[in-house]
Design a protein around this ligand. Structure first.
Ligand code: ATP
Length: 327
């Protein structure tokens, strides 16, 4: 049985249906990316999963306990990090975590050990005596994550945890979440930053206007709707040398004369080439089309120094699944 089972979840706010018939399951040890634009219903769904709200209809089972009928049994299993989390003035990292550990009912040595182990895991030990208000956003966010881990929950619900983090803090967050999944925790992370989710998640769910448009393994979603595993876009780099712009212009003209090429644009030191291929085209046909272009460029004496097809990414899949209706 899956750790989390969400069945036909619906949440109406007056006449607005914020969550509309959402169903999915999540296994222990896996990370689900919850993707959708602003207002899609991500936070509402996560709040219901955190037992902070109740669905209009539908059912959620966590380790067999109904979140609607027996929230008290499910709560100890849940760690929830909302999209806006506060810290208190004049409180150190240790005091902040210790306060919440008390709230979770931990006592004495057990409490101290738990706070220390959470600080160790999140890399906060050297900052234990720093005021939380003096921390960077990335570090404050680790404190918030640490707070959700104090009672060792089995399901982690993280609402836009990567929002506003710099690239380094994002990578570090990714590593922390992977380590938590490796410990057997199930993680749901919502975001509108698609590329980032692709790297971190095992499965993903795309939501728009309250409805799930696609769910499944990231690889399967990448294939969905687009028909091909590889986006028909190529990147060509030239060793243009002294001739410079003339070489780029020649390559651009030549590429535009080739069959299937619909668009060529210079981007810095590369040409991006878009192809038009029939729906259902597979990677082999994309490769064949690319080979024709490479042969044409080399035969014309153009100094190609790199030539690659761009992998279809989650952003492409999102645009296909939502039919480009949302940005
Ligand atoms: N308490 C509420 N009362 C009325 N409407 C609400 C309430 N909470 C959310 N909504 C509405 O429900 C819809 C879904 O909101 P939700 O916050 O779940 O979206 P989201 O995907 O998390 O977006 P964001 O990334 O902007 O937080 C929105 O139209 C929102 O205005």
């Amino acid at each position: 049985m899956s750790l989390l089972q969400v069945k036909g979840l619906r949440r109406d706010f007056g006449s607005l249906r914020a969550v509309d018939d959402v169903s999915f399951t999540l296994e222990a040890g896996s990370i689900l990316g919850f993707i959708g634009p602003n207002g899609a219903g991500k936070s509402t769904t996560l709040r219901i999963l955190a037992t902070l709200d109740v669905p209009t209809t539908g059912e959620v089972l966590l380790d067999g306990h109904s979140l609607v009928d027996a929230p008290d049994k499910a709560r100890p299993l849940i760690g929830y990090m909302p999209d806006r989390y506060g810290t208190y003035d004049d409180v150190t990292v240790f005091e902040f975590l210790d306060f919440f550990a008390r709230a979770y009912g931990l006592k004495g040595t057990q409490r101290r050990e738990r706070v220390e182990s959470v600080m160790e895991f999140t890399g906060l030990t050297p900052l234990a005596q720093k005021l939380t208000t003096a921390l960077s956003k990335g570090m404050r966010q680790r404190v918030a994550l640490g707070r959700t881990l104090l009672h060792d929950p089995r399901l982690l619900l993280l609402d836009e945890p990567a929002d506003g983090l710099d690239p380094r803090a994002r990578i570090e967050l990714r590593e922390l979440l992977r380590a938590l999944a490796d410990q057997g925790k199930a993680v749901i992370i919502s975001s509108h930053i698609l590329t980032e989710l692709a790297e971190i998640c095992d499965t993903c769910a795309i939501i728009e206007q309250g409805r799930l448009l696609a769910t499944g393994k990231v690889e399967d979603i990448l294939q969905q709707g687009g028909g091909s595993a590889v986006a028909p876009e190529l990147t060509v780099r030239l060793a243009a040398g002294a001739e410079g712009d003339a070489v780029w212009a020649r390559a651009e003209r030549l590429l535009l004369e080739q069959p299937r090429v619909v668009h060529v644009a210079r981007e810095g030191e590369a040409l991006r080439v878009r192809l038009e291929l029939e729906p259902g085209t597979g990677p082999a046909q994309v490769d064949a089309a690319a080979a024709v272009l490479l042969t044409a460029l080399v035969s014309a004496g153009l100094p190609v120094c790199s030539f690659s097809a761009r992998e279809r990414n989650l952003e492409d899949a999102f645009m296909t699944v939502t039919k480009g209706r949302v940005a």
